[in-house]
Design a binder for this molecule. Structure first.
Ligand code: UD1
Ligand code: UDP
Length: 359
């Protein structure tokens, strides 16, 4: 079986890395395609260097653009590759435009699609990611659901149970494979002059949060209040989309908020592990906080990761300052002893073995 693994953005590189490593270790017949949705060094190449991943065989270089431009370019680029390079299954991960564009291209050529992290639902179709995962799930032949909750979502939508496997989430593999390496190789707290446990970690990049001036301003205002309340620095490795908007809207940075460039995975894992709490609108970071037993406050009104709420690792806080402060206070009073609902760190191996066994 020939597997085409497609990646395009930071979280896909990280969450596909256990699958790529397993394919390499086993000497499998696979190829790696990078759509180029993310391309800045600190959103792309840095992760190949740190995680010691092989260079992609194909690069589509689609870059940034509107949703239609990006998705369309990905479709055309991957179609060209699939027409000349035989593939039995195209493996995609998550909910980005890379995922939908690649899945559509493959499905139209009758190449089977495998969806890693299938079945997640925020039930909010105004999110571009919800549209991407919903459509991808319905054209995939192999659905790798991270949890039983995700499997139930798929079954309720009428997807044949024979196409679904509950494998855990490859993010657990990525955390387990890299946390010790991070501790050996990185000295990020020293480099940034931070004391472990004595800072909050913030990320925000969702289109609906940062492209809206009022919401972004409110969020930044909430960080001013958080600093006043706790007198702890708020470390903010900012996504390029967010940096661009902060600049465009001319928002000033309050005392206590430390804006940094996006960090490498090893550095970021350590920043997560020793944060007093994590405030984020990221999907992957909600999961990692839960796995690392660090309290998480999600700066959204919904989440496609309800398992983190159910085990008590996460709380939804939106962007209103008083709600965020209440949520921080509530999370800091909880004991961080919850169970990890995302599997045992063998998800990458299981996913590839299911594909190989299906032939
Ligand atoms: C995309 C995904 C989102 C995911 C996120 C991970 C979609 C619809 N969105 O959002 O689900 O959570 O990736 O980080 O697929 N930019 C750079 N350098 C880069 C990449 C982007 O400067 O390497 C800037 C550009 O100004 C670009 C903007 O960031 O216009 C947004 O990039 P884009 O890939 O469209 O969406 P993300 O916000 O990264
Ligand atoms: N991440 C990183 N450096 C950073 C911020 C995030 O390595 O400065 C990692 C983080 O550990 C997680 C992933 O990027 O594995 C999450 O990506 P992002 O928040 O961009 O996307 P999402 O998960 O929301 O799709």
């Amino acid at each position: 079986m020939r597997i085409t693994v497609v990646i395009g953005t930071r979280p896909e590189i990280i969450k596909m890395s256990p699958i790529i490593r397993y394919c390499e270790e086993q000497g499998l017949d696979y190829s790696l395609v990078h759509t180029g949705q993310h391309y800045s060094y600190e959103m792309d190449a840095m992760f190949f260097d740190e995680l010691e991943l092989p260079q992609p065989e194909y690069k589509l270089n689609v870059g940034s653009g509107t949703h239609a431009e990006q998705t369309g370019k990905i479709m055309v680029g991957l179609e060209r590759i699939l027409l000349r390079d035989r593939s039995d299954v195209v493996l995609v991960q998550g909910d980005t435009n890379t995922v939908l564009g690649s899945a559509l291209s493959a499905a139209k050529l009758n190449v089977e699609v495998g969806h890693v992290e299938a079945g997640l639902r925020s039930w909010d179709r105004t999110m571009p990611e919800e549209v991407n995962r919903l459509l991808t799930d319905h054209i995939a032949r192999y659905l790798f659901a991270p949890t039983e909750t995700a499997e139930t979502n798929l079954l309720r939508e009428g997807i044949d149970g024979k196409k679904i496997w509950v494998t855990g989430n490859t993010v657990v593999d990525a955390v387990f494979q890299n946390i010790k390496i991070a501790q050996q190789r990185s000295d990020i707290h020293h480099d940034l002059g931070l004391e472990p446990g004595q800072y909050f970690l913030l990320t925000a990049h969702r289109q609906e949060n940062v492209d809206d001036r009022e919401r972004l301003e409110r969020l930044i205002g909430a960080m001013r209040d958080l600093y006043t309340a706790y007198n702890l620095p708020i470390v903010f490795p900012a996504h390029p989309r967010t940096l661009k908007r902060l600049d465009e809207f001319g928002l000033s940075v309050p005392e206590g908020l430390r804006i940094l460039d996006p960090q490498g995975y090893l550095e970021f894992l350590l920043l997560e592990q020793s944060a007093r709490a994590i405030l984020t609108d990221s999907g992957g970071i909600q999961e990692e906080a839960c796995i690392l037993h660090v309290p998480c406050i999600t700066l959204r009104e919904n989440t496609e990761r309800p398992e983190t709420l159910d085990v008590g690792a996460n709380v939804l806080a939106g962007t209103e300052p008083h709600r965020i402060l209440n949520a921080v206070s509530a999370m800091l009073s909880r004991e961080a002893s919850w169970a990890n609902p995302f599997g045992d760190g063998q998800s990458g191996r299981k996913t590839v073995e299911i594909l190989l066994d299906s032939r």
